[in-house]
Design a protein around this ligand. Structure first.
Ligand code: PEP
Length: 254
């Protein structure tokens, strides 16, 4: 089953709206017209409206870094799926390890967001991954298994085409330590089997599983060449247009 690579940039809490103009414009001029690899940028909420305007004629898609599971109402400080769709946001990162670690998100609470996203025509990029302690205790596969099973509970089979997973070992995020190509492939292939068991061979084989954790131009080709690595979720390196687009270029060349 051939899966189109997705290279997504998670800008985290970086870039003011005016800084975002420069970054989006540079990314757009480098990869905005190619269609071989899908590219997505996820700026902070405050830059989404402006980014949406700048990407109107571009192949680069827009994503957000989080959203509420609630449709509307008295949830001060939250942003709904409908608000994001209205800005032509297409993807939403959910369950990132920083949301789990600092904001108390759990497989169960993220599951509600994943379901709300697809009900509103947003494509979830659902993040999973083990901590260093869990890896050292040989619990990696058990941890990702419960993250997949609980986070995707009741996920509608007819929406599987819109689901993206991101395996991000927590110990590799923002640390400069990357999983080796083999370590990444081992977990990706395990996750592939889980989703094939859960959704069936056809739908499960089509789900893209991104790798995230200190991916950069120097290690992208090795990671992206693994049979079950279907793209990257890029943090630090996505803040530099040349680095980010060089990862896109690696994916194009594979
Ligand atoms: C991330 O935050 O999703 C990430 C992978 O960050 P970094 O690339 O900086 O490790």
């Amino acid at each position: 089953m051939s899966r189109k690579y997705l290279i997504a940039g998670n800008w985290k809490m970086n870039t003011t709206p005016s800084e975002s103009v420069d970054l989006i414009s540079e990314i757009n001029s480098l990869v905005g017209q190619q269609t071989q690899v899908q590219v997505c940028v996820c700026p902070p909420f405050t830059s989404l409206q402006m980014s949406s305007g700048l990407l109107e004629q571009s192949e680069v898609q827009l994503g957000s870094q989080n959203m509420s599971a609630e449709p509307s109402g008295a949830f001060t400080g939250e942003i709904s799926a409908e608000m994001l769709r209205d800005l032509y946001v297409n993807f939403v990162i959910l369950g990132h390890s920083e949301r789990r670690q600092y904001f108390g998100e759990t497989n169960q609470s993220v599951n509600k967001k994943v379901l709300a996203a697809v009900q509103n025509n947003l494509k979830p990029i659902y993040c999973i991954g083990e901590t260093l302690e869990e890896r050292e205790r040989n619990q990696t596969l058990d941890v990702v298994k419960s993250q997949v099973q609980e986070g995707l509970e009741s996920f509608p089979i007819n929406e599987v085409d819109n689901l993206v997973l991101a395996y991000e070992p927590v110990w590799a995020i923002g640390t400069g330590k990357t999983a080796t190509d083999e370590m990444a492939q081992e977990v990706h292939s395990y996750v592939r089997n889980l989703v094939v068991d859960h959704f069936g061979d056809g739908p499960g084989s089509g789900i893209r599983i991104l790798y995230g954790g200190s991916m950069k131009p120097e290690n992208a080709t090795g990671l992206l060449s693994q049979p079950d690595v279907d793209g990257g979720l890029i943090g630090g390196a996505s803040l530099n247009a040349r680095s980010f687009c060089s990862i896109v270029q690696s994916a194009i060349e594979i």
